[in-house]
Unconditional design. Structure first.
Length: 236
């Protein structure tokens, strides 16, 4: 029997329809299985609620004995260098007075002028070198102190179960200081519960640790003693 071309076309179209339907059915089953597998066992627990603490970093720097000692040592080094430069300035002053007594253009006057030029160059070079050295020394000193404070803040925060510690300022707003109101307006934190402030704890533990490591006492100590807490935070 001869099969007509129309019959062949009809059968072909029928097979294509069956294959498309079968693919759609198996695809839906596969997608459903994937979605079911993906959703099983992947429930994410909600994050723990954040607990905030506050700290007055300015008060910490003022209360930390090591900051005071480091500042005193830094100031002493600056004054010693300044004294050296002042010695050069005194030599220049003396040479200038001697030059004023010399006959202009004389050989002795020429020698003094040359010496003044050398002293001036030495003074300028010493001043520039001192500025670079003390600028670097100050930056390193502040970086070291800040890292120590930051580490202690983290220890106290973990001990108090705090997830964040915000910087605040406890300086009062007074009419005698016109800028105090402007500084207060620019603060990021307008209100914070006082019981969550860890400034005193941090200062106390910093000073205790500094003393335990043989740190020397500053020449002038603050009369304010941070209030102790019952348990000292653990550290590394």
């Amino acid at each position: 029997m001869v099969v007509s071309s129309r019959a062949v076309a009809a059968v072909s179209l029928g097979l294509i329809g069956v294959m498309t339907l079968t693919s759609a059915l198996f695809g839906q089953q596969s997608d459903g299985a994937v979605r079911k597998t993906t959703t099983q066992g992947t429930t994410v627990a909600p994050p723990a609620p954040a607990t905030f603490g506050t700290i007055d970093m300015t008060a910490v720097f003022k209360g930390y004995d090591k900051v005071k000692v480091s500042g005193q040592e830094f100031q002493a080094a600056v004054m010693a260098k300044k004294k050296d430069l002042m010695g050069i300035m005194q030599q220049m002053q003396q040479e200038s007075e001697s030059l004023a007594k010399m006959a202009p253009g004389s050989s002795d006057a020429k020698k003094i002028e040359d010496k003044l030029t050398q002293l001036k160059a030495s003074n300028e070079a010493g001043r520039e070198q001192a500025e670079r050295e003390f600028s670097l020394r100050e930056a390193e000193m502040l970086a070291t102190l800040y890292k120590e404070i930051q580490t202690m803040v983290a220890r106290v925060a973990v001990h108090r179960h705090m997830t964040y510690v915000l910087r605040v300022s406890n300086d009062p707003v007074t009419g005698s200081d016109p800028n105090s109101a402007m500084r207060a307006i620019e603060r990021s934190v307008v209100y914070a519960e006082a019981t969550n402030d860890i400034t005193k704890d941090v200062v106390q533990y910093l000073n205790a640790e500094y003393k335990s490591k043989g740190g020397v006492a500053p020449k002038a100590t603050s009369s304010v003693t941070p209030s102790p807490t019952s348990v000292k935070p653990a550290g590394n």
